[in-house]
Design a protein around this ligand. Structure first.
Ligand code: BGC
Length: 747
């Protein structure tokens, strides 16, 4: 470049800067961060040391700026011009002057949300509850890793996935986003999921902390629960998730707990998560879940999302007035910055790239194959043998074109749009049933190419039964759709599907029911069909995974992470307590003032306490439809030779034999009954192992039990304690079938 050209270029740049300052709108454009440099880029220093070096250089305004988001794309305050990603749901601006990037957040429960609006593709993994049904930590890691990979490719550096609220209330509309009713299973799996996401240098999140176990009135409900019951149930899932998965972020929930909103609850944020779990990352509020400045800050909330009602001007004024100390401000800033260094978002800046849809499909298919649960299989109806089938009837649940997905902020956009969209219906919408274009009909036909496969919508049970009567086998699909922002009115299948199943099963003795659901469903027709397959929300390649199980190229190995009760009357709470009308439709009906102040509380008391899921049914002697940990296989397994050795960690060893003629994977489960003086429910899961076995193969399985998993939470000493006495260790393939038992005395 000649000197005169250089001069002209410099002038042009200066003019552009002037124009940018002078024209309204331009100034709102994203300030391009300088390339990170400075002593904090010394990677031999710890994330804490690096954060402190940055803080030394920051002005008060810069510190305040990292404490809050700048709005949501729906406000139009975030545009592709001021945001490097595809416009997720939140953006925190970072410290551009010092080369610290912004934090670009997207929902990513079972895949990256809202890609469709940006003309991008994301893989929909099977719902989180399906991954939980695999009981497979390696699968959970792959699940998180795929999410991290696709987030990064779309320009994000933070995931808002990691939901781990326990299924205390199975009608909760977000049950599909969570990992079941047992804290040890859910906590172990969420830790692996977070580890997988963070391996791609994306900030991982665990949510919704805590006890956000119903959607009805979630912004106002006050949950009353004892510390012991909370620590041994819902909070234990978070404890394991934080300690083993090291998430960089915890999202506090909308609800109140024992009087205070979760996002300004000192017990939850400071005493439990930061001090007791030794969480070193940052706490951000659920969207609109911040309700104060001084109180929230002192309680331990580090970051307000998605906006800046309490953590911008009001926060600055509080610091200037001395009602929030400089040290308290610095502590919040430190946690945010140290998490960015720890997760690697500064050392490995995100790079937009092309998502690999085929790789994603394969991960999604394998996870679904491992999570499908075979609930019933009379007279070895499954697997199907194509040569024996001349006619197959496929009935119901849009199974000609697709499979349903879970809704709300978890919603992933299907390629090509909703598979059941009517012409002219464009993008997917909030709280609309979204069907992925993975067709069970086509997948079944592909595996039985010589059979005549016929479809009936199931809208008219009589017509469906007539078709089923003519077929060698009938496969009925039934679904229960759920979403954030609502709870299920009941666990019954909606849309007359109970009658449909009963009619088809009556017409054809070889009827197979396939369920697509997130929460447990009741089955008044359970005795009628020959086989029942739980497929959950099956993800982008669900139909192939399902067909592989139906036709036996995959031997089912999933087990239920939630109990299926016989009826709602058996649940701890007969109905879900509803809020007073103002907060019924959680955001819509509330004015911004009501929202910020906090909607009037209404009370829900978790007096079932420790008795969540199977612990409730066990303790109350209530027979169930299908128990926690239950699932069949095309082979059978034998358990023998239990030995239990006390020590720092109790060691459990036994022999597992595949007694059948097919290879398979068995989830071997270990439960403990605590001494009577512990006053616990009859048993709890304390360990498991998913063991691959060839036909006829035998393996010794060894499982070590973390002492915390045998302990109780002692409120008096505010810590875990092992109650001395006699313990029974039980081993088997389902919580209701534990053939091996041994007694040990622990001191
Ligand atoms: C949900 C969160 C979500 C956030 C951002 C909230 O309504 O509860 O799970 O991450 O919105 O979309």
């Amino acid at each position: 470049m000649k000197r005169s050209q250089l001069r002209a270029a410099i002038c042009a740049c200066a003019l552009l800067s002037f124009v940018q300052l002078a024209i309204p709108g331009f100034s709102q454009r994203r300030q391009q961060p300088v390339k990170p440099s400075g002593p904090w880029m010394d990677t031999s220093l710890s994330p804490d040391q690096r954060a402190d070096l940055v803080i030394k250089e920051m002005t008060l305004d810069e510190k305040i700026a990292v404490l809050h988001g700048v709005g949501m794309p729906t406000d139009d305050s975030l545009t592709p011009e001021n945001m490097p990603s595809n416009r997720g749901v939140g953006y925190e601006v970072g410290v551009p002057r010092l080369g610290i990037p912004g934090i670009d957040m997207s929902d990513a429960a079972y895949g990256v949300r809202s890609s469709g609006a940006n003309g991008r593709y994301s893989t929909a993994l099977p719902a989180n509850v399906a991954a939980a049904a695999s009981w497979d930590p390696d699968a959970a890691y792959e699940y998180g890793k795929l999410i991290g990979t696709e987030l990064r490719a779309q320009g994000y550096n933070m995931s808002l996935g990691g939901g781990v609220n326990l299924t205390r209330e199975p009608r909760n509309g977000r049950t599909f986003e969570y990992l079941g009713e047992d804290p040890i299973l859910a906590g172990t799996l969420v830790a692996k999921l977070i580890e997988g996401t963070q391996s791609k240098h994306v900030i991982g999140d665990i949510k919704h902390y805590a006890l956000n176990d119903q959607e009805s009135g979630r912004n106002s409900v006050n949950i009353t629960i004892s510390h012991r019951a909370a620590r041994e149930s819902d909070l234990l899932a978070f404890e394991i998730g934080v300690e083993q998965g090291h998430p960089a972020a915890v999202m506090c929930s909308y609800n109140r707990v024992n009087g205070d909103f979760a996002c300004e609850n000192k017990w939850l944020l400071t005493d439990v998560v930061k001090k007791d779990f030794q969480f070193s990352g940052f706490v951000l509020s659920d969207w609109g879940g911040t309700h104060s400045t001084e109180k929230a800050s002192a309680a331990g909330l580090d970051n307000e999302e998605p906006g800046r009602i309490f953590y911008e001007a009001k926060y600055k004024a509080a610091v200037e007035a001395g009602t929030i100390s400089q040290a308290e401000l610095d502590e919040h800033v430190h946690r945010i910055l140290r998490s960015m260094f720890a997760a690697g978002v500064i050392d490995y800046p995100r790079q937009r790239g092309v998502v690999d849809p085929l790789a994603g499909l394969e991960v999604a298919r394998k996870i679904e194959e491992g999570g499908i649960v075979l609930l019933k299989n009379k007279a070895a109806t499954l697997p199907l043998v194509p040569l024996r089938l001349h006619t197959i009837a496929v009935v119901g649940a849009h199974s000609d074109v697709g499979m349903i997905s879970g809704g709300g902020s978890a919603q992933v956009d299907p390629p090509g749009g909703n598979a059941i969209a009517k012409p002219g219906e464009g993008a997917t919408r909030w709280q609309q049933e979204i069907w992925f274009p993975t067709s069970p009909l086509k997948a079944i036909q592909a595996r039985a190419p010589k059979a005549s496969v016929k479809y009936d919508s199931g809208d008219d049970p009589t017509a469906a039964a007539a078709l089923a009567k003519t077929a060698d086998v009938a496969v009925v699909f039934a679904y229960q759709w759920e979403s954030e922002g609502m709870d299920l009115p009941s666990l019954s299948l909606a849309h007359n599907q109970d009658a449909l199943i009963a009619a088809v099963a009556k017409a054809n003795p070889h009827t197979i029911v396939v369920l697509e659901n997130g929460s447990p469903v009741t089955m008044p027709w359970v005795d009628a069909p020959a086989a029942i397959v739980e497929a959950w929300y099956a993800g982008s390649d669900g139909a192939n995974a399902l067909a592989n199980v139906l036709f036996g190229s995959v031997n089912p190995s999933g087990k239920l992470p939630n109990t299926f009760p016989k009826s709602e009357v058996d649940l701890p709470h007969s109905t879900i307590t509803q809020p007073p009308p103002v907060s019924r439709h959680f955001d819509g009906a509330a004015t911004p003032e009501q929202w910020a102040k906090g909607l009037p509380p209404f009370e829900v008391t978790y007096d079932e306490g420790l008795k969540v899921g199977y612990k409730w049914y066990d303790a109350e002697n209530k027979p169930v439809l299908f128990p926690f940990g239950y699932g069949l296989s095309y082979t059978t397994y034998r358990y023998s030779g239990l030995s239990v050795t006390p020590g720092d960690k109790v060691k459990v060893s036994f022999t597992l034999t595949n007694a059948g003629a097919r290879a398979g994977a068995e989830i071997a489960e270990v439960y403990a009954a605590l001494p009577a003086t512990a006053e616990e429910p009859p048993k709890r899961l304390v360990g498991w192992s998913k063991v691959q076995l060839k036909a006829g193969e035998k393996k010794t399985v060894e499982i070590e039990i973390d002492p915390k998993y045998l302990s109780i939470f002692d409120e008096a000493k505010d810590g875990w304690t092992l109650v001395p006495g006699d313990y029974t260790i039980m081993v088997g393939g389902s919580s209701d079938k534990l053939p091996l038992k041994a007694a040990i005395n622990l001191k």
